[in-house]
Write a protein that binds this ligand. Structure first.
Ligand SMILES: *Cc1c(COP(=O)(O)O)cnc(C)c1O
Length: 375
């Protein structure tokens, strides 16, 4: 039987190693979507495999009300790498749950209900995160969604200043929009979001689920702009593909966050995998590599600019290529003829989110494939 939710591709994947995936016929693929950005350190990194399997043999699971060394270490590690004093950590199982918790905590801590989100935003598929997501395509037929969500244009100060008032619990945004088309924000804009929310007593929630953990060249994209939000959410590659999400909050939110919980909050195995993933990102200096190979890739795509390739955007190893023919027209050819897996971001943007371990040689292979398909 096939999925009734996902449209499945004609490639059965069997094995992964580093930047490559292997199908059931033995063909290899450069995984430049990093399987939805879930493999920052590459597939089956031995450090992560060892940490998770050792933990599996010791203890699969224990509820989060009993301290466990791996979970405690993950709280500490996330607090250590979090921007500024965003030091309290809630662990869950996915990106949408991390945002859901962020919205609940912000409403509770402020005693307010209005949430301001941005056009083109993507924050997840559960009811609250979906209410903060822009595209109607994702929302059709699922209403009513939670009330008091308002949208403002991404990147514009004035409409935001008008929307945020003393009834606003939070502004939620991605510091660089992913799903919505790889849309970068200026430092000036992100600083104005910080100023406006601070002045109104509202929380600034940075959804770093796609941008975080070194992908844009710094541990968090907000660091690049010297902005410290009140809440940062992360998920996707944090445990190298095991399900995890985290909501990092400042003290003023943590101390009045309300009643929240989850059965699988920071189980030992995912926590061990996350600790190992963070260790590898740090020891292999993968944020620096993201800057280096990202710039190389960006320059390579710049050479293809023209009739077919309209624009290239992004930062580090989060690259969006706007293509005239549409992303979905190119992806099957890239995969089946050239062994390159990528992702769409909306209709017209081809999105590259490779593991942060990629080299210039991998980038050359992808640039050759892109040139053959759209050059
Ligand atoms: C993927 C993503 C989410 C949702 O994460 P899930 O784990 O699929 O629930 C939320 N926000 C952003 C920016 C994402 O890229």
């Amino acid at each position: 039987m096939s999925s009734f939710v996902f449209s499945e591709k004609p490639i059965g994947i069997e094995r992964g190693e580093g930047v490559y995936l292997y199908d059931t016929n033995g063909n290899d693929y450069l995984d430049f979507g990093a399987s939805y950005a879930c493999t920052p350190v590459g597939h089956c990194h031995p450090t992560v495999v060892d940490a998770a399997t050792d933990q599996l043999e010791e203890l699969f699971y224990v509820q989060a009300s009993y301290p466990h060394a791996e979970r405690t270490r993950l709280y500490d590690r996330l607090a250590e790498i979090a921007p500024g004093d965003v030091e309290k950590v809630w662990l869950c199982n996915s990106g949408t749950e991390a945002n859901e918790a962020a919205l609940k905590f912000a409403r509770h801590a402020t005693g307010r209900s209005k949430i301001v989100a941005t056009m083109q935003a993507f924050h997840g598929r559960t009811m609250g995160s979906l209410a903060a997501t822009w595209k109607n395509e994702y929302k059709d037929g699922f209403g009513p969604l939670p009330a008091e969500f308002e949208f403002v244009p991404y990147g514009e100060r004035e409409p935001l200043a008008e929307a945020v008032d003393e009834e606003t619990a939070a502004v939620i945004l991605e510091p660089l929009q992913g799903e919505g088309g790889i849309n970068p924000a200026s430092t000036e804009y992100l600083r104005s979001v910080r100023e406006i929310t601070e002045e109104a007593g509202a929380a600034m929630i940075a959804d770093e689920i796609q941008t975080g953990l070194g992908r844009t060249g710094t541990t968090w994209a907000v660091e690049d702009h010297d902005v410290v939000p009140d809440v940062v959410t992360t998920a996707k590659g944090l445990a190298s593909g095991l399900p995890i999400g985290a909501t990092l909050v400042r003290e003023w939110i943590a101390e009045d966050a309300g009643n929240h919980g989850s059965t699988f909050s920071g189980g030992p195995v995912v926590s061990a995998a996350a600790n190992a993933t963070l260790d590898v990102i740090e020891s292999e200096k993968l944020a620096e590599n993201a800057t280096d190979v990202g710039a190389y890739l960006h320059e390579g795509v710049d050479e293809l600019l023209g009739e077919e390739v309209r624009d290239v955007r992004g930062n580090g190893l989060m690259v969006g290529i706007e293509v005239k023919r549409g992303a979905n027209a190119l992806l099957p050819e890239l995969a089946l003829q050239h062994g390159v897996l990528a992702l769409p971001a909306g209709r017209t943007v081809l999105r590259l989110l490779p593991p942060l371990t990629v080299t210039h040689e991998h980038a050359d292979d992808v640039l050759d494939a892109l040139e053959a398909v759209i050059g």
